[in-house]
Design a protein around this ligand. Structure first.
Ligand code: PGA
Length: 246
């Protein structure tokens, strides 16, 4: 596993944006899975600048969603879909015909999962997955205790996820379940980058990078990935034994 530590959030975001744009330069038809959340927000803004300046072109990519809240409609600004449409697809000129998203409002969530598994297989797998780390060590909605053998599934959300997740919404919401790609998708993606920033992530990053690899900290799966990287800022790296900021 590669560990890259950047001096600050801006440097981290610049590097993430560069890795994504390099990926599509080398493989314009890449299958991308890019997380929602606060961590990658700045990297997407920097990517949008590259698109504007014609230094990156996403028109041939396929986009796969990582996860979605169950029962949150797409027009809710806290939904993953809303985030993706506004912070990723529109700024990066990605058309809806290129994207596959989970419908968290579906009456048949098992079918949604099956559909997503089939779409990923039919597209030859995910080339690049970019994922954040939850305060409880989750990746996507793979919550502590999740079986490593899973593909897309409906997750009962951990209490930490239910409470931390409130930050994405304008008012209090009930978020008991999520629908998510599984650890097998994450492990089988050709390249995996796990990202985190800020002092609040330092404790969980220490567990991800230096703790025992087990289902208790699902994001630790990055250490089993053949092309896995952890990219963090200096604040998130603060509790690590060895720290070398780039
Ligand atoms: P964040 O979310 O980027 O908003 O911190 C990370 C996550 O919960 O996966």
């Amino acid at each position: 596993m590669l560990l890259n530590i950047y001096g600050n959030y801006e440097k981290l975001s610049t590097h993430i944006a560069d890795v994504i744009s390099e990926t599509i330069k080398n493989n314009p038809a890449a299958v991308l899975c890019l997380a929602t959340g606060d961590t990658p927000r700045r990297a997407y803004q920097l990517l949008a600048k590259k698109v504007e300046e014609k230094k990156a072109d996403f028109t041939r990519c396929t986009f796969i969603a990582l996860d979605e809240w169950v029962g949150i409609p797409p027009e809710n600004a806290g939904s993953c879909r809303y985030f993706l449409e506004n912070e990723v697809f529109a700024p990066l000129n990605i058309m809806m015909s290129q994207v596959y998203l989970f419908d968290g409002m579906s009456r048949d969530l098992a079918e949604e999962c099956k559909k997503m598994d089939n779409i990923i297989a039919a597209n030859g797998g995910i080339d690049l997955m970019l994922a954040g780390v939850g305060m409880n060590g989750h990746i996507g909605f793979n919550e502590p205790g999740i079986s490593p053998g899973k593909y897309a599934h409906v997750a009962e959300l951990d209490e930490v996820t239910q409470s931390v997740g409130q930050k994405y919404f304008t008012g209090p919401v009930t978020i008991k379940q999520g629908i998510t790609l599984g650890l097998q998708h994450i492990l089988q993606s050709k390249k995996l980058i796990v990202i985190a920033n800020g002092a609040k992530k330092a404790g969980i990053i220490k567990k991800v990078v230096e703790g025992e690899v087990s289902s208790v900290i699902p994001a630790g799966i990055v250490r089993k990935h053949p092309d896995g990287a952890v990219m963090i800022d200096a604040e998130a790296a603060d509790l690590l034994e060895k720290e070398t900021a780039l």
